[in-house]
Design a protein around this ligand. Structure first.
Ligand code: GLC
Length: 754
């Protein structure tokens, strides 16, 4: 349809019909079963209103969506097709590691490939839009939704955001097997006070723009078709009514002209926030802010018409929203083919597409972070003198729920557990060392239960059963030379509405760990979690600790492949692991303060430090080990002066860009991948600057003994920031450039910008 035809269609639509396009309901209103990813309320809608809703969320299934679409279009006065949307966060049927794990890969292209796979599977089930990527910057492990983010760094998050959007949307969302992306949650949702869900966010404009907005802006630059408002207030204004955010920054400053959808019930929640006295005011505030779609409330549906008829709401606001929605439907080609890529045959295949499964298995180890290893890993596949047998003891040894709490559509039986992977490797003759398995305990403690959007889990074991489980585990551990303990938090202890004030491994699992350690200290902990946990005790006592997050469909295969050295863990932390919960929020790019303190320095009382804990996290941003060892040469610079962006004739005093290099050498006995990281520190600016900022990284794979020169360009653009007058640009002065294995590296050199 041409834009002229869309305008004619708009002109021909009734007021009710136009308002209907702004309404989004769950699939429950159109089919028997459906998913609710938020609080359900009585919507007080007429059948006509339901029949005129512009989009549906959380309904899937090619057959079902085709049926809904065709019956809906018959009743819709202008036969305008529905948009089908859902939360495809880390995969649809093939589930990949959670986004926080993906961030640890430092491999945005890998996540882009995952998004392509997800887009194909989602498109074939009939979906048109995914509520992904979530690009909220996160620094507080107490917040449950850190699992959906790619971490604490603006630069890294921006690269992942762009790669994932390109993976979902391709060159054009109308192309086959592509879907529209929705960047969320705009803005600053990842910084709730106290790490408590939906709580207020208090950020200075400079911190908001410096740290939190860049990744969202990257989403606009990548051409995301949709944005979603966040639940939180910013400066005490809820995002869903925040004109400065939605109109001034998102649409005017950044030029976003796509669809803006509210988060679930967020428009209605303007009353609870206390900035709307009633639903009419809520409708007015949200539409004025430019929110086009009202997800799951009746505020627009029941409280716009009168205001428009009485001239209190300009009909032009409504028309602009409707046009943006029609434009997205048009871009997806729905007016020509309302079913787009819905494909019952593909959608109902008996198994996951083989290529998807093997990709998921190969990709997951890039997200695993080896936090400790005294040489015990990799484990031998055949018995050796030191290791003649291995016991796998822990609640995750045969757990199928390893996809994270935002994986809503996978088939449980298609997930591979550690135990299944071990049995497969034994049957294939790949594993000849005797291995035994025992759960030792359940993921949840006795009688505990936990609700999720997708399912409800409960520890049904009796005390006697749990005692027998533990006894069996201890017996296995006594007999074996090495014990691998797959432990961790329940998958529904992270995600939306899952904030914690303590961030340890569940205590009943730690009791098992201590008992096992007492009979056999040769322990490898495999930790499952959706957030950084307080791992002090296991890190102190275990001989190796492998962080696997929630690794997805192929998790069991990927973990066994990694433990036995078929592949190596090459992830680096995208989010700091706090020493304890008292340190949160903790992140690498902090300011130095006027009284900086380096752990261990005898610098007295009045410095920026804790009495009862170090300043440094337990494991820093960028940290991670592999199965080999690398050395770095000192940093060399192509020059000591970088010229500021001036006219050509003045630039001879320095170089438009400098090159910083190191020589990396694999001094170990195995091939390995290193994530070489580039950080820059502005030693003095018109405002306080972070102790360092990630400005580049390269994943380098080297054979044993191999060396390679690794170089990075340093440009003035990398040195720009929001200066004292809030203009964005560079300032002359001295800088340090660091190149090393993580954010603590001191391998650096100085240069200046003139
Ligand atoms: C939820 C989440 C949001 C999700 C939406 C639809 O409340 O905040 O991330 O996309 O509702 O499920």
């Amino acid at each position: 349809m041409t834009s002229e035809q869309m305008k004619m269609l708009l002109a021909d639509m009734s007021l009710q019909e136009k308002i209907g396009q702004l309404l989004q309901l769950t699939g429950n209103f159109y089919a028997q079963e459906g998913l609710a990813t938020g609080p359900m309320s009585d919507m007080e809608l007429t059948r006509e209103q339901v029949d005129c809703a512009g989009s549906i969320l959380s309904a899937i299934g090619a057959k079902q969506l085709k049926r809904i679409q065709s019956s809906y279009m018959e009743r819709q006065p202008h036969h305008i097709p529905l948009l089908f949307m859902a939360d495809v966060i880390n995969g649809f049927r093939t589930v990949f590691p959670i986004p926080l794990a993906q961030g640890c890969s430092f491999d945005p292209a890998l996540s882009g490939e995952m998004a392509q796979v997800a887009a194909k599977e989602a498109a074939r089930t009939g979906l048109h839009v995914t509520f992904s990527p979530m690009v909220d910057l996160v620094r507080d492990a107490r917040w449950g939704r850190v699992m959906e983010s790619t971490g604490e760094d603006p630069y890294l998050n921006g690269l992942f955001c762009q790669a994932v959007i390109c993976g979902y949307q391709g060159e054009h969302v109308g192309e086959k097997d592509h879907i529209a992306a929705c960047v969320k949650h705009f803005a600053g949702y990842g910084a709730p006070m106290g790490g408590r869900e939906y709580n207020q966010v208090e950020l200075s404009e400079r911190t908001l723009r410096e740290d939190y907005l860049p990744a969202y802006q990257a989403g606009v630059e990548a051409g995301a078709e949709m944005f979603m408002t966040s639940f939180n207030t910013l400066g005490r204004v809820p995002s869903t009514a925040n004109r400065e955010l939605m109109q001034d920054i998102l649409r005017k400053e950044w030029g976003f002209d796509g669809v803006l959808i509210s988060d679930w019930a967020a428009i209605g929640e303007l009353l609870a926030h206390g900035i709307a006295a009633d639903k009419e005011e809520a409708a007015y505030l949200a539409l004025r802010a430019g929110v086009d779609i009202d997800m799951m409330t009746n505020v627009y549906a029941n409280h716009l018409e009168r205001q428009i008829r009485e001239g209190r709401v300009p009909e032009e606001w409504l028309d602009m929203a409707v046009l943006r929605i029609l434009n997205l439907k048009n871009k997806l080609g729905l007016f020509e083919n309302p079913y787009k890529d819905a494909d019952e045959v593909y959608d109902e295949m008996p198994d996951i597409e083989k290529a998807h499964r093997s990709f998921a298995r190969k990709a997951a180890p890039e997200t695993f972070v080896l936090l400790k290893n005294d040489g015990l890993l990799p484990l031998p596949e055949a018995p050796t003198e030191q290791v003649r047998s291995i016991a796998f003891v822990g609640p995750y040894v045969e757990e199928k729920r390893i996809c994270g709490s935002w994986s809503l559509f996978y088939k449980m039986e298609e997930n591979v557990t550690i135990r299944e992977a071990l049995e497969e490797a034994e049957a294939a003759g790949k594993l000849t060392i005797p291995v035994s398995c025992g759960k030792g305990c359940q993921v949840l403690d006795y009688g505990q239960e936990r609700d999720g959007f997708r399912d409800h889990t409960r520890n049904e074991s009796t005390r006697e059963e749990l005692e027998a489980m533990e006894a069996e585990a201890l017996a296995l551990a006594r007999k074996a030379d090495v014990v691998v303990m797959p432990l961790g938090e329940h998958h529904e202890y992270t995600g939306e509405g899952a904030c914690r004030t303590e961030i340890g491994i569940p205590e009943h699992q730690m009791e098992l760990f201590r008992k096992i350690h007492a009979v056999n200290p040769n322990i490898v902990v495999v930790n499952f979690s959706g957030r950084p946990l307080d791992l002090r005790e296991v890190s102190r006592k275990a001989r190796a600790v492998l962080q696997v997050w929630f690794p997805g469909t192929e998790g069991g295969h990927a973990i066994v492949d990694t433990l036995f050295g078929e592949t190596e863990p090459s992830g680096r932390l995208a989010m700091s692991f706090p020493y304890n919960v008292g340190q949160t929020p903790v992140y690498y790019s902090e300011l130095s303060t006027g009284r900086p303190h380096v752990d261990g320095a005898a610098d007295g009382r009045c410095v920026s430090r804790y009495i009862d804990a170090p300043n440094k996290p337990l494991y820093s941003f960028g940290y991670g080990l592999g199965y080999t060892e690398f050395t770095y040469s000192y940093v060399t610079l192509s020059g000591a002066v970088l010229a500021r962006r001036r006219t050509q004739e003045e630039s001879d005093s320095g170089e438009e860009q400098l090159t910083a290099s190191v020589t990396l050498t694999n001094i170990g006995g195995r091939p390995g991948t290193e994530v070489v990281q580039l950080y820059i520190r502005d030693l003095a600016g018109s405002v306080a600057r972070p102790r360092r900022e990630l400005k580049g990284f390269q994943r380098i794979r080297l054979a044993p003994g191999e060396s390679r020169k690794v170089s990075f360009a340093i440009t003035e653009e990398m040195l720009c920031f929001y200066r004292a007058d809030m203009t964005y640009g560079s300032e002359p002065g001295s800088f340090m450039v660091y190149i090393g294995e993580d954010s603590d590296t001191e391998n650096g050199a100085e240069f200046c910008l003139q």
